[in-house]
Design a protein around this ligand. Structure first.
Ligand code: 4AD
Ligand code: MG
Length: 430
């Protein structure tokens, strides 16, 4: 007998099949029993009409409690009323393992309760759909970069120094030394770009950010492309191509999941290049015109990013930030060295920054000066400085935060639902 996944069951209408999964609901109306089963790919209603249907493992159909694991054999019928268009008429059902008092009932629970039971919460249709969309985003990212000649190359996770400021480092003991969990692989990606041309990494990064917001995690996944012989404008072009590709891929391949989570996709359909670009100075003017009083040299916070992003129908780049706001490695604008050749990509609908990127300093003397100005220890960065000694070239790259992208594409209120097991300011469990 054919073993089928629920999301493929429509292809087997009229056939006898086996479905393996977990019971989400049981109800009966007299002699007919309705058992809703999920298998990770979808949800199907199984109907027991015949008194001859076999039940193995328990005595009564009503003992099929929520999350009991089952193997169901039966006949697939087309059914217009069913959400997936098919229904399984049960010939036999075997209990693989009973579930006793499953704590997450199909009713409202508080967020803390759900996060404490995250190991089970991920089974709910909504959470599973989000994780399936996350997987599609990861796939699209890798596919786009692999197909465009980027070589995946992994930087270390255990590092001797900060890449993005020393205030958000997680220290660890490294035998007799002190080491840190990586905040960004960028510095290593720069070395790899000089070896391989176009490269990217995709791995976990860590920030001890004492911020309890809906978009900060202590552990998050970042995609970091880095390109040799690439200047500022080309860097933006890669970013808008990548993000558009991801969004269109998700729309094409995760239609059902987007429906499960009730995402309004009309805004996503507009995500096509080119994305608008505004400078930091223009951003300040636009913000002033809607009542924000941000002074030159001040950083934008979440409310500013939200207000700016709302002015456009697709993601927008904010470019040319004051050098003082950005990291030590950013190339100054040749027209105005007060400004960095840096850009943040802000997602619409209130999601704010999803990408940070820049052209990097390739001049040896300038990099050494910046390291001094930022009170960083040149000895710690000596290998990085070395890259400017042996055929240094203009190069650029960016970092895209996966969870921010998942939150935006799924239209979620909080990044805690975008990653299987979130690490937030006060949560290290489960
Ligand atoms: O803007 P950031 O700090 O840039 C860098 O780390 C660069 N070194 C990247 C590069 O050029 N290779 O971080 C990049 C992105 C942000 O735009 C955001 O999407 C995400 O990483 N991010 C976080 N996501 C979740 N929680 C946090 N605490 C995050 N911090 C940054
Ligand atoms: Mg940033």
């Amino acid at each position: 007998m054919n073993k089928v996944y629920i999301n493929a069951s429509a292809d087997y209408v009229g056939q006898d099949v086996t479905i393996e999964g977990w019971v989400t609901h049981y109800r009966s109306s007299g002699k007919i029993h309705f058992i809703v089963v999920r298998d990770g790919t979808g949800v199907i209603q199984c109907v027991v009409k015949s008194p001859d249907a076999l039940l193995e493992g328990v005595n009564n159909w009503s003992e099929l409690s929520q999350e009991t694991a089952v193997q169901v054999r039966g006949h697939l019928h087309a059914d217009k009323r069913a959400p997936i268009g098919v229904e399984l008429e049960v010939e036999s059902l075997k209990v693989i393992s009973l579930s006793d008092n499953y704590p997450i009932a199909p009713k409202e629970h508080g967020v803390d309760f759900l996060m404490d039971h995250r190991h089970l919460w991920i089974r709910s249709p909504r959470q599973a759909a989000i994780l399936r969309i996350r997987a599609a985003i990861i796939h699209a990212t890798r596919q786009f970069l692999d197909d465009n000649g980027f070589i995946v190359a992994d930087p270390p996770v255990i590092t001797p120094a900060a890449a993005e400021g020393s205030t958000t480092l997680f220290p660890i003991d490294y035998f007799d030394d002190r080491a840190y969990l990586s905040q960004s692989g960028q510095l290593y990606m720069e070395a790899l770009a000089m070896a391989l041309g176009r490269v990217y990494s995709f791995g976990p990064t860590f920030r001890a950010e004492k911020s309890k917001t809906r978009r900060h995690l202590m552990e998050f996944w970042m995609v970091e492309p880095e390109m040799a012989f690439c200047e500022f404008e080309e860097n933006l072009m890669w970013q808008e191509q990548l993000v558009s590709y991801i969004v269109q891929y998700v729309l094409e391949t995760r239609h059902n999941e987007l429906q499960t989570i009730e995402r309004d996709i009309t805004r996503l359909q507009q995500v096509k290049p080119p994305f608008p670009r505004i400078t930091y100075n223009e951003a300040l003017e636009r913000l002033r015109s809607v009542g924000f009083d941000l002074k030159w040299g001040e950083d934008m916070g979440a409310p500013h990013e939200t207000a700016l992003a709302e002015m456009f129908d697709r993601p927008v780049f904010v470019t040319h930030f004051p050098v003082s706001l950005k990291a030590f490695y950013m190339q100054p604008d040749p027209q105005n060295p007060e400004l960095a050749l840096a850009a943040d990509m802000l997602a619409p609908e209130g999601y704010g920054e999803i990408i940070g990127g820049s052209q990097r300093i390739h001049d040896l003397a300038l990099l050494e000066e910046r390291i001094r100005q930022h009170h960083l220890d040149p000895a710690v960065y000596s290998w990085y400085i070395d890259l400017r000694r042996y055929g240094s070239v203009p190069h650029s790259g960016f970092g895209m935060g996966l969870e921010r992208v998942v939150a935006w594409i799924c239209g979620l209120d909080h990044v805690r639902e975008t990653i299987p097991f979130a690490r937030t300011l006060n949560r290290l469990w489960p």
